[in-house]
Design a protein around this ligand. Structure first.
Ligand code: ADP
Ligand code: MG
Length: 256
């Protein structure tokens, strides 16, 4: 069956989010397709991070968080009582703006999650380490130094290691929150190259404060403004021919 026939992997239906009663996401409707890179753009405070943190239920940890509406993953409500949030978070892997290596070696960083998830065999762990580092375009640089401290990697390498660490858990969806905001252009390009390869096996949601990156590194783009999804569409079309004036104003840099 083709991905199109399988339908979207995530369906966001009429999602509204409040923190302490303050509306932060307003009646959001959005599908995330299999094998696509969806960029989410919008000015600071528009709800991009909150949206990502709904997809893996990280907002649940916030005592003043409330929501209405639904998020379906493969057709099943992720907020249903039988859903185990820890297992959900392995399916929806998250990469943050600032890479946070765990203490210990590159190898330790890679096997930490899989071991917690029950992978025990040394061969299986080694296979996971290699395949994840390859998928994150880092293997060639570290294959002879897996026991080096992760903190001795460069910033760009640390971010690719964080990507690999998430991939080692074999997620279905990768969500990345401004993953290149602290990186130089070469390191940024390496992450973007990795995402291009990864979309053949994952859905990718890339929040970026850099509209040029959205233009380069996504298939569709969603524009958020003050908690609302203003428009979503094919990246080429949205950038050249936005439907909404506010999208146009943001893209030409009138605000941001
Ligand atoms: P973005 O990632 O687009 O910059 P955020 O999702 O971080 O936006 O924030 C959207 C709005 O929600 C902002 O007004 C922010 O202040 C508010 N917000 C985010 N997290 C919390 C929280 N834990 N408690 C209260 N308000 C929050
Ligand atoms: Mg944010």
């Amino acid at each position: 069956m083709t991905p199109a026939e399988l339908g979207p992997i995530i369906e966001v239906r009429d999602l509204s989010v409040r923190f302490s009663g303050k509306l932060v996401l307003n009646h959001l409707n959005l599908d995330i397709r299999r094998n696509e890179r969806l960029a989410v753009i919008g000015p600071s405070g528009s709800g991009k991070t909150t949206f990502l943190r709904c997809l893996n239920r990280l907002n649940d940890l916030q005592h003043d968080f409330t929501h209405t509406g639904q998020i379906l993953l493969d057709g099943k409500n992720i907020y249903a009582p039988e859903v185990n949030p820890a297992r959900l978070r392995r399916r929806i892997g998250m990469v943050y703006a600032v890479p946070v290596p765990l203490p210990g070696s590159v190898y330790d960083n890679l096997v930490y999650g899989p071991k917690l998830a029950g992978v025990q065999s040394r061969d299986d762990l080694e296979e996971l380490v290699e395949s994840s580092l390859r998928a994150a375009f880092l293997w060639e640089e570290v294959k002879d130094r897996l026991r080096m401290s992760a903190r001795d990697l460069s910033g760009g390498q640390q971010q690719r290691m964080c990507l690999a660490r998430v991939l080692a858990l074999k997620p279905d969806v990768m969500v990345l929150d401004e993953p290149c905001s602290g990186l130089d252009p070469i390191s940024t390009a390496e992450i973007e190259d990795a995402l291009l390869e990864l979309k053949s096996s994952h859905a990718i949601v890339l929040v970026t404060n850099n509209t040029k990156q959205a233009g380069r590194a996504s298939d569709r783009t969603a524009f958020f403004l003050m908690g609302e999804l203003i428009e979503v569409g094919d990246t080429g079309c949205l950038f050249t021919n936005p439907v909404d004036q506010r999208t146009n104003d943001y893209l030409v840099g009138q605000f941001g």
